[in-house]
Design a protein around this ligand. Structure first.
Ligand SMILES: [Zn+2]
Length: 70
């Protein structure tokens, strides 16, 4: 069914299923790095204070935004 996306698109725009897979992978990463107040939950906890250790936007989100904005 997903392969139906590619029918008629073999014109240099690439493999649509691959693009969708990348999009889903990226979404999974972004969903891991969800905000908790001013902190990122996905970047791990500060063991000493038992709270998220990384302020938003975290390096993961910044790297994604940089890549998207070119
Ligand atoms: Zn993060």
């Amino acid at each position: 069914m997903m392969d139906d996306f590619n029918i008629g698109l073999s014109n240099g725009f690439g493999d649509v299923k691959t693009l969708i897979d990348f999009n889903n992978a990226l979404r999974a990463v972004v969903e891991l790095h969800y905000p908790s107040g001013i902190f990122c939950r996905g970047c791990g906890m500060n063991e000493e204070y038992n709270e998220p250790a990384q302020l938003l936007p975290c390096p993961t989100i910044l790297a994604i935004e940089k890549a998207i904005s070119g």
